[in-house]
Design a binder for this molecule. Sequence first.
Ligand code: CTP
Length: 406
Amino acid sequence: MNLQGKRILLGVTGGIAAYKSAVLLRLLVKAGADVRVVMTAAAQRFITATTMQALSGQKVWTDLWDEGVPDGMGHIELSRDRDLIVVAPASADFLARLATGLADDLLSTVCAARRAPLFVAPAMNVEMWQNRATRRAVAALRADGVSVVGPDAGEQACGEVGDGRMSEPERILDAIAGFFAPGLLRGRRVLITAGPTEEPIDPVRVITNRSSGRMGYAIAQAACEAGADVTLVSGPVALDSPAGARRVDVRTAEQMFEAVRRHVPDADVFISVAAVADYRPRRMAEQKIKKTEGGGLTLEMVENPDILAHVAAMKGGPLCVGFAAESENLAENAQAKRLRKNVPLIAANLVQEALGAETNAITLYDDAGAHVLGSGAKIELARKLVSHVAEMLATRSATPARGAGS
Ligand code: CTP
């Protein structure tokens, strides 16, 4: 990882995860970045400025009224020459103050006066993360263009389990590196479907599947990191939107089809990750279906539109990428699906390994044959998939352009 010459301001707020920011600082410096550290008073209860000074090789800034600042304008000057500000960990209190524009200590003032992009890596107790006030603050920050990295799920310092752990320093470093990456998909518009669909039986019951949406969301994140303009058409999932993606929420396959049709004319790439229900009940009962003692229930199902096949058949349409979730004979079934749906690239995985998990094992199939991406975190695989797509797109651009009468 090379961050040579990149000028980063690392903000540290109060939380037990502050010890991890020392590791992050070490990784950033090792990658060649010039890192200036600003700590809040609460951060210094968890980790000392001396530690951060030794690791960064620079004075650590802690005080809005520091007399060592030549013109007394530290809150402005400290971030002016920076390419990026990263606050890790970002406490619930800090996120709330940031979202409302409060500027009552050095770090919040530096952030309020910033010109550089801002990343925050939240860290807090699971209840605090789920608290409505925190949800509002995070949504407001995202809307203001702040990139939110994590948090991750797992065991917390307080002994509780759930979302709220600060992402590991390596993951934050990846997000920072993604920000500085040359942008494999810069200027490209990518349309992605993700998650399951829900097909209503009656006002309270649906037919759905166990897709968590994680793979599609990871691809949306990787495409954003690569500089693409991303539209994510999402079925019902319990995931936060990747920073920078435009999200369109749908429930049924027909709504997903409609949203894709609306956005596909602008797209250079269409990545169909959603687990679209192949069938839906012919009609939704207007009232809740009552149980009839001893009797069974038969639902008549009709086929849903095949969204991917429809887009793949469009003249001058985008580069299409399909997903094949198979339970057996991966290579054979994936290649057959690729040819049947007429898509240049299929990403295949074994469904029993992928569902709901953070990790996956993917093999890509295209005209050139199989490309094993191996197994790993979904975000890592997503980044590999995005580079493969970027390469295909580059080759495609070298041939006659879209809409040029082909
Ligand atoms: N897909 C789609 N619309 C559908 C069904 C599937 O866009 N109505 C897309 C999925 O997003 C995925 C690919 O098609 O990219 C493969 O989906 P899958 O359900 O695995 O394949 P099917 O064609 O449904 O074949 P089968 O269920 O027989 O495996």
